[in-house]
Design a protein around this ligand. Structure first.
Ligand code: SAH
Length: 296
C-alpha cells in the first residue's frame, strides 16, 4: 500500500491547532495524525497525517481541500514513505518472547520453550501479534495473572490478529474462547494458529467489525474480554462492549498510548467499570478494568 506523509511545520500553538483540524477533518476515515517537536529548541513543531493509495500531489491537495486552504499559512510537504511490509519486517530475526507463563516463538525456536511455560507458536503471517509488541506482551501477562486467580466461563479476544491472546487464554484455561477480527485474513490466521497450537477445538472465531454483529448473540455475555485495538475504536465501542459483558466482568484493554488512559477510563466508567490494574510497556498502556467488585 502506498503511504504518503503530509507534514505541516509551524510554531507550537499553530501546529497544535492544525493537528486538531486534521483530526476532525479526517475523523471518519481514521487517518493517523501526529504532532511532535520538529526542532530541538521547540521553536518549530510538525503536524503530520498519513494518507494512503494516492500520489503525493493528490495527498497535499486533499489535505488543503479538507481543511480549507486558508486555515493555515504554514508550509506543507507531501512525501511518499518507503513501502515496507511491516508484518514481515516485525517478524525478522524474532526471538522468543516471555510474558507471564507464556513464551511466544516461531517454529525454529520450538525446542527453546522451558519446562513449565506454555509455548505459543506463531508463524510469519499477515496478521498482527507476535508477542514482541508491548501491547501483546502486556495482555499476555494479564491473561496469565487473571486466569490464575479465578475461573472465567465466557472469554472474547476482540481484534485477535494472529490469535495469540485467544490461544494463550484457551491453553491456560482449557476453555473455549471466541476470537474475532475486522480483517478476514486475521480471523483465518488466528484459527490456523489455534490448530497449530493444539487449541483448534477451543478457539472459535468469525470476522466482524466491533461487537455489534448479530453472530455475537450466540456467545456471551462475556465475563472476560481482551481487546488490544486502539484508543479511538475502543472509545467508540465502549457502550456495546459494556452491554455484552456480565455484571461482574473483567476487561483488558490495550493498544492505548499512555495519554489515552483518562478518556478510556471515563468512557468505560460510564459502563460501570473501574480500574483494577494499569501496566506500561514501551509507551503502551494496558488497562485491566472490573465491574461489580473491587478486584479482578
Ligand atoms: N490481539 C492481537 C492483535 C492486536 S492488533 C495482539 O494482541 O497481538 C489489533 C487487531 O484489531 C488487528 O488485527 C485489527 O485488524 C483488529 N481490529 C481493528 N479494528 C477492529 C474492529 N473495529 N473490530 C474488530 N477488530 C478490529
Amino acid at each position: 500500500m502506498k503511504t504518503i506523509r503530509v507534514r505541516i511545520t509551524a510554531e507550537e500553538l499553530e501546529a497544535k491547532r492544525i493537528s486538531e483540524i486534521l483530526e476532525r477533518a479526517f475523523e471518519d476515515d481514521g487517518n493517523p495524525v501526529t504532532i511532535y517537536e520538529a526542532t530541538p529548541d521547540g521553536r518549530l513543531w510538525a503536524a503530520e497525517i498519513l494518507l494512503f493509495d494516492m500520489e503525493p500531489e493528490e495527498a497535499a491537495a486533499t489535505v488543503r481541500d479538507r481543511v480549507g486552504a486558508d486555515a493555515f499559512a504554514a508550509p506543507l510537504e507531501a512525501e511518499e514513505l518507503p513501502d515496507i511490509n511491516w508484518v514481515e519486517k516485525s517478524l525478522e530475526g524474532l526471538k522468543p518472547v516471555k510474558a507471564g507463563r507464556f513464551v511466544v516463538h516461531g517454529s525454529h525456536d520450538r525446542d527453546k520453550v522451558p519446562g513449565g511455560a506454555i509455548g505459543i507458536e506463531i508463524e510469519a503471517a499477515l496478521a498482527f501479534g507476535t508477542g514482541h509488541h508491548g501491547t501483546t506482551a502486556g495482555c499476555l501477562e494479564e491473561i496469565d495473572r487473571l486466569l490464575a486467580m479465578r475461573e472465567y466461563h465466557s472469554i472474547l479476544d476482540l481484534g485477535t490478529g494472529t490469535g495469540v491472546l485467544a490461544i494463550a487464554a484457551a491453553l491456560q484455561s482449557r476453555q473455549s474462547v471466541l476470537a474475532t477480527d475486522i480483517d478476514p485474513v486475521a480471523t483465518k490466521t488466528a484459527l490456523e494458529n489455534a490448530r497449530l497450537n493444539g487449541a483448534g477445538h477451543l478457539v472459535k472465531g468469525f470476522t466482524a467489525n466491533g461487537i455489534d454483529d448479530r453472530r455475537f448473540r450466540h456467545y456471551g455475555p462475556f465475563d472476560l474480554v481482551i481487546a488490544n485495538i486502539l484508543a479511538r475504536p475502543l472509545m467508540k465501542m465502549a457502550k456495546s462492549i459494556g452491554e455484552r459483558m456480565t455484571p461482574t466482568a473483567t476487561l483488558v484493554l490495550s493498544g492505548l498510548r499512555v495519554e489515552d488512559g483518562p478518556r478510556i477510563l471515563f468512557a468505560y466508567g460510564c459502563q460501570g467499570f473501574i480500574l483494577d490494574r494499569r501496566g506500561e510497556k514501551d509507551g503502551w498502556l494496558t488497562l485491566t478494568l472490573v465491574r461489580g467488585r473491587k478486584h479482578a
